[in-house]
Design a protein around this ligand. Structure first.
Ligand code: GDP
Length: 328
């Protein structure tokens, strides 16, 4: 039975990946932060098979211990301070976790592996935020990064550190450059879930308006459940390498809003939406879209859930939850 260690197990991707690996017959271990992390109950109820280890990406000794105790064949580093908006106000914390945290995992792994550095396969969740002010369209594995936030800068560091680990030490280290991927498990601090949650509440009469930032930004949005399969496929390759994971389709935030409202039968959606500079950012990633042809040809990966289905899935999940909570 292969074993995997996942950092970021309590997040959207960690939960989907844990479910995916358990279905494949893996023994799954997760790193859990803090003394009494409230999200551990989520892991225990959704994926009770997961064995949790206490640790923190900023505490290298805890990572050495987690590796020793879990003896993984594969390590998936999904843990990060993951909100771009939050990263401006918390730039040091973002750097400590999202950049230096990756150095800690890779160094702990290098110590753990001794003179057999390729024995455990390492996956780094890299991000389309590295492209920021995009230097070409669509973005490929060879596009020059130009990050636009403390989060993006941290992800560039982590991406190149991963590449350097395989080039310098022969580690089996791969990066997946994941474009935005969403689901009903996405946190409310991200725009898609903020919209699906707000639209569901407006449809049920629990809220009147949705207050938004920049509606003109374009993102390549896929379904997180599809993206964790690409993570696993990447680590099954004998040669470590980096792959873009994206749908190849881009939509404005405005399209997501309109599609979500249309899904609940509201066509005059503009009546319910107001913009407020409070939600705009010091620098914006205006337009990104990924070219995942390398993943398609080499990994045989393609996304299954298209844009409209994703919006519908998220709005329906929020409608169900909000009507259960409110009794409407
Ligand atoms: P990101 O691509 O990792 O920054 O993911 P987000 O979901 O946080 O943001 C996606 C885009 O939505 C960005 O261009 C934001 O500026 C834009 N956006 C517009 N209004 C909002 C809002 O109210 N909240 C968030 N999080 N983003 C917003």
């Amino acid at each position: 039975m292969p074993a995997a260690l996942i950092t970021g197990i309590t997040g959207q991707d960690g939960l989907y990946l844990a479910e995916f690996l358990i279905a494949k017959g893996y023994e799954v271990h997760g790193l859990i932060r803090g003394q009494d992390n409230p999200k551990q109950h989520l892991v225990r109820s959704l994926v009770p098979e997961v064995q949790l280890h206490r640790g923190d990406l900023t505490d290298m000794t805890s990572l050495v211990r987690a590796l020793r105790d879990s003896q993984p064949d594969e390590v998936y580093n999904l843990g990060a301070v993951s909100s771009v908006a939050y990263s401006w106000d918390n730039a040091h914390l973002t750097t400590d976790v999202t950049a230096v945290g990756v150095l800690n995992v890779l160094e702990a792994l290098r110590l753990h592996l001794g003179d057999d550095p390729g024995r455990v396969r390492f996956y780094q969740a890299s991000s389309s935020e590295i492209f920021g002010k995009a230097q070409e369209t669509p973005q490929t594995e060879r596009t020059l990064p130009w990050p636009r936030s403390p989060y993006g800068v941290s992800k560039v560091y982590a991406h190149y550190l991963t590449i350097n680990s395989r080039e310098s030490y022969g580690m089996h280290a791969s990066s997946g450059i994941l474009f935005n991927h969403e689901s009903p498990r996405r946190g409310l601090e991200f725009v898609t879930r903020k919209i699906s949650h707000g639209v569901a509440r407006i449809a049920l009469g629990l809220q009147d308006e949705l207050v938004m930032g920049n509606l003109d930004a374009h993102r390549d949005w896929g379904f997180a459940g599809d993206y964790v399969e690409a993570m696993w496929l990447q680590l099954q390759r004998d040669e470590p390498d980096d792959y873009i994971v994206a749908t190849g389709e881009t939509h404005a935030v405005r399209d997501f809003v309109a599609t979500a409202f249309q899904h609940v039968g509201i066509d005059d959606w503009e009546r319910h939406v107001r913009t407020d500079p409070r939600f705009t950012r010091p620098a914006e990633v205006d337009h990104i879209v990924g070219d995942a042809s390398k993943a398609r040809t080499e990994l045989g990966w393609k996304p299954r859930v298209a844009f409209r289905e994703l919006v519908a899935m998220m709005v329906d999940a929020d409608l169900a939850e909000q009507s259960r909570q409110s009794g409407r």
